[in-house]
Ligand binder design. Structure first.
Ligand code: ADP
Ligand code: MG
Length: 514
């Protein structure tokens, strides 16, 4: 496969951060005295998470918006990159000029001529920074469940003469106007702030259709370009993003590709200079989520039924959905980091490119659990560690990995590290418990085959992780009970707008130790 040719950093500058500070122990953990109840409280966990995120990435905006092209230390060794950068600048200027001319010609005329087709940068493909929706805008972790809104079953509110039904024209009109906000950001609907706009259903539906067909048109136009991602490891825009990271000094060099999967390509890089309060690990992994659309189709099941995503998902264009996966991986890794689970530490997220600490050494990634030969003692140790991590993930992070197997566990420094968490969901996801059961089956089978006599079977493991007490003694009945529980939870959410308490793991899972 192709490795990315991203040139070395311009000049050495002050030595890399790891010479002065230990990057792995970068957090200043101030010890707080508090009770066990406090430690387990969701509120505290949220506060800590916010605090840590703020402390860990306060500089990102500066990095993301810092001058790139105007920098004095542009690396001239990458002619291709320079040419691409100049071309993008040129295209943008060309389009700005075109807009001015369009305005001049049309003036105040009621009939206007559009120059749209002559533009170099198509509005939906625009890569300008205004269009960037980066994680710093969503630092509050949007993947935490919001309270779902419920419509009253009866379909009306009020009493007697004051009854207002859901078909009321004014109510509908206002609702439609509010729903316009859900169109893709590029879709220009004007600004109705301060006005009491009421869009009829007919107008709203026509607008909606138009928005969809515009999105499809744009997708078709750029399909060819997008497909190049699959052919060469990353597309030019992604290469440019990575180049910017090197150019800004955050990374020293990108050495090459570590893995090409169906959904992502992972690169190794040497960390660059630390900023005032951000330490860059000496070695980094860059996970590029593939922008080819087809690969993500099979991921639909993770979000399609999830009420948290329903609104967001259907309104986004595919490129944004892919960024959402990257964003999700970052938030999930941060939750895990806060719980002390060994996992990569997030460095930065730019669009669909996630930079994190590299698990491994000297460009060699740590082996997957499936590839490593462990002594029976280490294997047993690994088993208990995985069991505890699964419990922590469920209980403290409120997450189910959903792709846990010996392929996504690395063996490094005498312990197991969890990776690949973009698809992880909360246990109350409509299929969350099924995903957990699948994880348990993978883990149980792997360790049983590896000869760990103490390894629980998948059903015992499921109960041990979730704290639930499903008693069925065969797999079919067990799964039926899981599905019944999920259904009960869904009904509960629909009817009462909140989850069942049994899902929040109120029953403490038993503690297992070696
Ligand atoms: P995918 O969704 O493609 O499976 P993963 O996150 O599992 O993506 O990454 C693919 C491979 O890249 C992993 O199996 C591992 O070998 C390597 N890898 C990913 N992240 C890291 C990391 N932080 N450190 C070292 N290697 C990594
Ligand atoms: Mg993987």
């Amino acid at each position: 496969m192709d490795s990315v040719e991203v040139a070395a950093a311009p000049d050495a500058g002050p030595g890399p951060a790891w010479q002065s500070k230990c990057p792995w122990g970068a957090h200043n953990t101030t010890s707080m005295s508090c009770s066990l109840a406090d430690v387990m409280s969701e509120q505290l966990a949220k506060e800590l998470q916010l605090e840590e995120e703020n402390a860990a990435f306060p500089e990102v905006v500066a990095v993301a918006e810092g001058p790139f092209i105007t920098g004095e230390n542009i690396d001239t060794s990458s002619d291709l990159m320079l040419a691409q950068m100049l071309q993008m600048e040129f295209d943008r200027e060309y389009d700005a000029q075109l807009r001015r001319e369009e305005k001049k010609i049309n003036g105040d005329s009621k009939v206007s001529i559009s120059f749209e087709n002559y533009r170099k940068v198509h509005p939906y493909d625009s890569d300008s920074s205004e269009d960037e929706v980066d994680w710093q805008d969503t630092r509050h972790d949007p993947y935490r469940a919001d309270k779902p809104t419920t419509t009253p079953r009866k379909g009306f509110i009020g009493k007697g003469k004051d009854i207002t039904t859901k078909h009321d024209e004014v109510v509908c009109g206002r609702k439609n106007t509010a729903r316009m906000e859900n169109f893709a950001p590029e879709f220009q609907v004007g600004d109705g702030i301060g006005m009491d706009l009421k869009l009829s259903n007919q107008v709203f539906n026509a607008l909606k259709q138009h928005a969809y067909s515009e999105e499809r048109r744009s997708a078709r136009l750029h399909e060819k370009k997008e497909h190049s991602t699959a052919e060469k490891a990353v597309d030019p825009k992604t290469r440019l993003l990575m180049y910017k990271m090197v150019n800004s000094g955050m990374l020293e060099t990108i050495t090459g590709c570590v893995s090409t999967g169906k959904e992502s390509v992972v690169f190794h890089a040497y960390g660059g200079n630390a900023t005032e309060d951000k330490v860059i690990p000496p070695e980094c992994a860059i996970k590029v989520f593939k922008t080819t659309l087809n690969e993500f189709k099979n991921r639909d099941k993770y979000i399609k039924d999830d009420y948290r995503f329903k609104d967001r998902f259907s309104k986004l264009n595919p490129r944004k959905i892919i960024r959402m996966w990257a964003e999700k991986e970052m938030h999930n890794l941060t939750r895990m980091q806060n719980a002390g689970i060994p996992c990569p530490q997030v460095v930065i997220l730019k669009k669909h490119v996630l930079v994190m600490s590299f698990i491994g050494q000297d460009q060699v990634p740590a082996p997957k659990l499936k590839d490593v030969t462990l002594s029976s003692e280490d294997m047993k140790k690994a088993y208990y560690q995985v069991l505890n991590m699964m419990q922590q993930l469920y209980k403290e992070c409120n997450l189910v990995h959903a792709d846990l197997s010996e392929y996504n566990m690395l063996w490094h420094d005498g312990k197991v590290w969890l990776i690949d968490v973009s698809q992880s969901v909360e246990p109350t996801h409509p299929h969350g418990l099924e995903f957990l059961f699948r994880d348990c089956r993978n883990v149980a089978q792997f360790f049983q085959k590896a000869g760990v006599a103490e390894a629980l079977n998948e059903r015992e493991l499921f109960n041990a992780v979730s704290g639930l007490n499903i008693t069925a003694d065969n797999e079919v009945d067990f799964q039926a009970e899981i599905e019944a529980l999920e259904k009960m939870n869904e009904d509960h959410v629909q009817n009462h707008g909140k989850k069942l308490s049994v899902f929040s793991g109120d029953g403490d899972p038993p503690i297992y130790a070696e």
